[in-house]
Design a protein around this ligand. Structure first.
Ligand SMILES: Cc1ncc(COP(=O)(O)O)c(C=O)c1O
Length: 411
């Protein structure tokens, strides 16, 4: 019998994030170092209440906030976003290049929908953001991994990959390179500006063989959660660069306001698709973000958030140094929400003895294997854990790491 469901619906598997959340909810008292949640205690409740009160204090400001907005997003928020990016990157941005989306996740999905047909090809970092791999799985395009170095992508590997794709003719299916460039989820690595420029140059070299433009999608979700070192400029301005940013992480995850900076004609295509998805991001939350930025509440909140994450990262790093065996490789984070720990001799996958033992001890992490795409040219690594210091309390971070450490020593 024929199915009533579309190929896309039937192809889409349950996202690992739902499964991880279900596990957490089913086991009260479980310490989750898995969830990508932000710090609960520092969510800006008072600031948001005051901003909402101000917005709703008169019909003049309240009514537009409670009305539908435009598909591209609130013009004032696009202006403020362009100014903030200009300040960060020391070059100018035009509000008309910007689309406001329901979190940067929606932007990632829309870009994939616009650029990829089933069986097209996208290059990703190895490892990469596992929810992005879910988009690929659902839309039916293939991903291939590019190895990472401490300052980002392994350019030699990228070049080898591109040359091989050209040789096999698969370059014609290759659409874009996806990079999570700041405090990468999951590895914590930040890509240097020089690497972004070099990657763009390389992509450009293969456009003739591909027969179409090849884009670089820069996902900067964690850019502003930096607590050590200097900011790195985003990829150079180019009609091949797509930049995905968010106000979820640096302000409030529940707000789900993200944005994209897109070159034409891609911006128009993404805008049209967004029109069909929702014809505009929730106006009320956009106006809250606008008001937060305009009133400096955003800046103040971000400054305190950075201190808070610096402290939580320190707690996790200290606990790992104390409890994990020396054979486990990891780096002290300089931003973001994660520590990526590699236990070369222990399988950490979702079906491993170790993962089950951790569950039994009521602690959970994201198995590293979930962050690797299905790439037939290598075996999926299975020895890593993504440990988040975002959502858990300091007490739970210490206790969770202590329990994992005891299990690692036994394993
Ligand atoms: C790398 C990365 N990109 C994008 C997102 C999406 O975030 P949001 O939709 O809240 O902006 C996340 C969320 O965890 C992420 O880790």
């Amino acid at each position: 019998m024929n199915s009533a469901f579309s190929t896309l619906a039937r192809r889409t598997r349950e996202p690992p994030i739902s499964w991880l959340m279900k596990l957490t909810l089913e086991r009260p008292g479980l310490i989750s170092l898995a969830a990508g949640f932000t710090d609960n205690e520092s969510l800006p409740v008072t600031a948001t209440r005051e901003l909402a009160d101000n917005l709703l204090a008169s019909a003049r400001t309240g009514r537009p906030a409670l009305q539908y907005g435009s598909t591209a997003g609130d013009l004032e928020l696009r202006r403020l976003t362009a100014n903030r990016l200009a300040e960060l990157d020391q070059r100018s941005y035009d509000p008309d290049q910007i689309l406001i989306t329901h979190g940067s996740q929606q932007l990632l999905y829309l870009v994939c929908e616009c650029l990829c047909d089933p069986h097209d090809l996208v290059l990703v970092e190895d490892p990469t953001y596992f929810v992005f791999l879910g988009i690929a799985q659902s839309l039916g395009f293939d991903c291939r991994g590019i190895r990472m170095k401490p300052d980002g992508l392994d350019l030699e590997h990228l070049e080898q990959r591109l040359a091989a794709l050209k040789k096999s003719g698969e370059i014609k299916r290759f659409k874009f390179l996806y990079l999570v460039t700041y405090f990468q989820n999951p590895s914590g690595i930040t890509t240097s500006f020089a690497k972004k420029r070099a990657a763009l140059d390389l992509l450009k070299k293969y456009e003739r063989a591909a027969g179409h433009p090849i884009f670089l999608l820069e996902d900067a979700a964690y850019r502003e959660l930096r607590f050590l070192g200097d900011d790195v400029p985003s990829a150079p301005g180019s009609d091949r660069v797509i930049y995905a940013g968010t106000y979820s992480k640096p302000f409030a995850t529940g707000i789900r306001v993200g944005f994209g900076v897109l070159p034409e004609p891609l911006r128009t295509l993404v805008w049209r698709l967004k029109g069909s998805h929702d014809f505009g991001t929730a106006n009320f939350t956009q106006q809250i973000v606008s008001a937060a930025i305009a009133s400096c509440r955003f800046k103040e909140h971000l400054a305190s958030l950075r201190k808070r994450y610096a402290q939580k990262a320190e707690v996790m790093a200290h606990a790992i140094a104390e409890h994990f065996p020396d054979s486990v490789e990891w780096q002290k984070p300089r931003g973001g929400l994660y520590i990526w720990a590699k236990a070369s001799k222990v399988s950490t996958g979702a079906k491993s003895k170790f993962f089950n033992a951790a569950l039994h001890k009521k602690v959970i992490y994201v198995p590293g294997e979930l962050c690797y795409c299905d790439d037939p040219s290598r075996r999926k690594p299975n020895h890593e854990m993504r440990l988040s210091f975002g959502g858990a309390t300091e007490h739970d971070i210490r206790e969770g790491i202590r329990r994992l450490g005891a299990l690692l020593k036994r394993a």
